[in-house]
Design a protein around this ligand. Structure first.
Ligand code: CUK
Ligand code: CUA
Length: 638
């Protein structure tokens, strides 16, 4: 968000309520039946899974709708001591990059996989905004199974957005930077040396594995968000751009000079064809590709560097620019694929573009100019129409599948419902306060479910019991099944929610992995039963092959370890039953715990630095004899 917007929002909230008095109407917008609409009786399940970005905590959270209940914190880009993600030897390679281990990131957007433009919910993708990365989460295990780093990118904000059959996940760079491995260059050579890059990452249909298929060079703009075309516009991608002024200093002022920036339309089918014809240039820049193997229960990290790059200055029919007012933030395509909505965050209208008109304009060469040889279309010739007086600070738009669009208004702090054909505003409701993204289950797909809408708000103020200087981040659930939107529920979120998606629980709830069969555990240090539990020394490395089963560890008295040794606890959980993980922690060891899933093997490395007796124990209450699940490790002098 721009500082300017925050200032405006601050002023707005200040006007809305002076300290000490409650904002008028803020808590009484509910009608009597709201509670029953969100009530999920004990033992009953929610209707939708809601996968929510955690923003600066680098995680996703798994929430039920309509109840707003949180089921799980799912670590993606940040280490998670709760279950040893990023601490176990097996998971550490997941967070490797071309310049080493990066234990944190800033996750903004979620994309749920689709087939024929409908959620199939096989995988959830998330972007790392800081160190450019994209992750894939398997929705049968709720585990991060793949992370690919994006070369030639900086600030991976315009990501991960997917095509209608999950053929590609795309990533547009927020900051333009010099391409290739990072170089020492004067910043004022921005226009000559810095480039924007759009990456197309292919997704294997069967297993989901990602691969950097190709990159397209683009002018040094900032790329903010994107959406794929769908149905009739399948084959195209639309990116919002700002700073088309190409400023590299004081962007707050210098990137808001022009009346219009662009939506960059990319014909990716054409690009794909050029790649097949061998028109991609071979370029190099290092990136990591990390894959979790469900067979060995280990991650591997590979550093790659070969890239195929398309240059649209030469291949002139890949990229077209659609002028769009005032630094567009979100760009969204409606469920039919005909309409493209740009949300200029400083604009007083919402422009709606027509895909059909865009194709006609391209065919008739109805251009107002070019940028590096790439055509700029005429605003009027692509425009379907403008939504007038929608509110202030439009950011993002979702759809209900009934011909209506819902746009979040950051500055005027509301959601505005409007008709896509007639462009008439139909309804508006306040959010508390300053909504960023909004979400309708299936909203970005060709088949929205249109029953609920959730606003993810940036400012909380008086909505919850206060917790010191930082307050809970907040989501608000609205019923959108009638003509008028109705606020049903406030619920706090984990971290800062940016985007989220939701899909029917029925898509995946019977496909969950309940445990890992021991006979298929191909971890090189796995044990298949208690018989081979043992301690082995190799030089100064001590490998402890350990088992857990209710309610003991074997071995549980370990001697012969010396100060300066590298100790590896290879813990296999022998349980073959749903929901029986065992934990493993060593008292006073300067590392996290392990939480080992049934049938899985995980390894904790510890380098004891002092002599003594070190008890270890199970951290997850697993049976009536959980407190008996313990052992002792003796560390002797070197
Ligand atoms: S967002 Cu990342 S800065 Cu509108 Cu997707 Cu808020
Ligand atoms: Cu195993 Cu508690």
């Amino acid at each position: 968000m721009k500082t300017k917007l925050w200032l405006l929002a601050g002023a707005m909230v200040a006007i809305a309520f002076a300290p000490g008095c409650k904002p008028k109407g803020a808590q009484s917008a509910l009608s009597g039946d709201a509670a029953s609409k969100v009530y999920v009786a004990p033992g009953e399940h929610d209707e939708f899974y809601n996968i929510v970005s955690g923003g600066f905590n680098g995680q996703m959270s798994v929430v039920g709708l309509p109840s707003g209940r949180v089921f799980k914190i799912l670590p993606v880009f940040s280490v998670h001591p709760e279950n040893g993600y990023g601490f176990s030897e097996e998971s550490k390679p997941m967070l490797n990059t071309a310049h080493g281990f990066v234990p944190w990131d800033d996750l903004h957007h979620i994309a749920i996989s689709t087939t024929n433009a409908e959620h199939d919910a096989r995988w959830a993708f998330g972007n790392a905004n800081n160190t450019p990365r994209i992750a894939r989460v398997d929705l049968t295990t709720f585990k991060t199974v793949e992370i690919i780093e994006i070369p030639n990118s900086a600030g991976n904000h315009s990501s991960p957005f997917i095509t209608e059959n999950t053929e590609y996940v795309v990533a547009g760079t927020r900051f333009s930077v010099p391409t290739g491995d990072n170089r020492d260059l004067p910043i004022e050579t921005y226009k000559e040396n810095f480039k924007g890059t759009i990456s197309f990452i292919s997704v294997d249909k069967e297993h989901g594995n990602m691969d950097l298929a190709f990159q397209i060079e683009a002018p040094p703009f900032n790329f903010d968000l994107a959406r794929a075309g769908k149905k009739k516009s399948h084959g195209w991608f639309f990116f919002s751009t700002y700073n088309t002024e190409m400023a590299h200093t004081l962007l707050e002022v210098n990137a808001s000079q022009k009346d219009k920036d662009f939506i960059m339309a990319v014909n990716w089918k054409k690009a794909e064809q050029y790649i097949k014809e061998g028109k991609g240039k071979k370029t190099k820049a290092k990136y990591a590709h990390n894959v979790w193997d469900e067979d060995t229960h280990m991650a591997t990290s590979t550093i790659k560097e070969d890239i195929l790059t398309l240059d649209p200055k030469e291949l002139k029919d890949i990229i077209y620019f659609i002028p769009c007012p005032k630094s567009p933030h979100g760009t969204d395509t409606d469920p039919t694929g005909e309409y493209i909505i740009g949300s200029g965050k400083l604009a007083a209208i919402i422009p709606v573009f027509s895909f059909t008109k865009m194709l006609n304009a391209i065919e008739n060469q109805d251009f107002e100019g070019t940028i590096d040889g790439m055509p700029v279309l005429k605003y009027e010739s692509v425009l379907h129409g403008e939504v007038e007086k929608p509110g202030l600070g439009p950011l993002h738009t979702e759809f209900d599948g009934q011909g209506n669009a819902y746009t979040s208004m950051f500055v005027s702090s509301e959601i505005v419902k409007w008709n896509i054909e007639t462009l008439q505003v139909l309804d508006r409701v306040p959010t508390y306060y300053s909504v960023g993204h909004l979400m309708i289950p299936g909203g970005p797909t060709g088949k929205p479910h249109g029953k609920y809408m959730v606003a993810y708000n940036k400012i909380t103020k008086d909505r919850y019991l206060p917790t010191g200087p930082e307050l809970a981040h907040s989501a608000q659930l609205y019923d959108i099944s009638g003509d008028k939107m109705q606020l049903l529920l406030d619920f706090p979120t984990i971290g800062e929610p940016h985007y989220a998606e939701a899909f029917p629980a029925s898509l995946i709830k019977d496909k969950q992995v309940k445990f890992y069969p021991l006979e298929k555990n191909n971890h090189p240090r796995a044990l298949k039963g208690i018989n081979n539990a043992r301690v082995e020394r190799e030089g100064n490395k001590v490998h402890i092959y350990m088992t857990t089963i209710r309610s003991n560890f074997r071995p549980d008295n370990i001697e012969g370890v010396r100060v300066g040794d590298e100790v590896y606890f290879h813990v296999t959980n022998l349980e073959q039953d749903w929901d029986v993980p065992h934990g493993f922690a060593v008292k006073g060891a300067n590392t996290a715990e392990l939480l080992v899933m049934p049938g899985e093997t995980a390894t904790l490395k510890w380098m004891p630095d002092r002599v003594g007796i070190f008890p270890f124990y199970c951290t997850d209450f697993c049976s009536a004899l959980h407190q008996e699940m313990q052992g002792y490790l003796r560390v002797s002098p070197a």
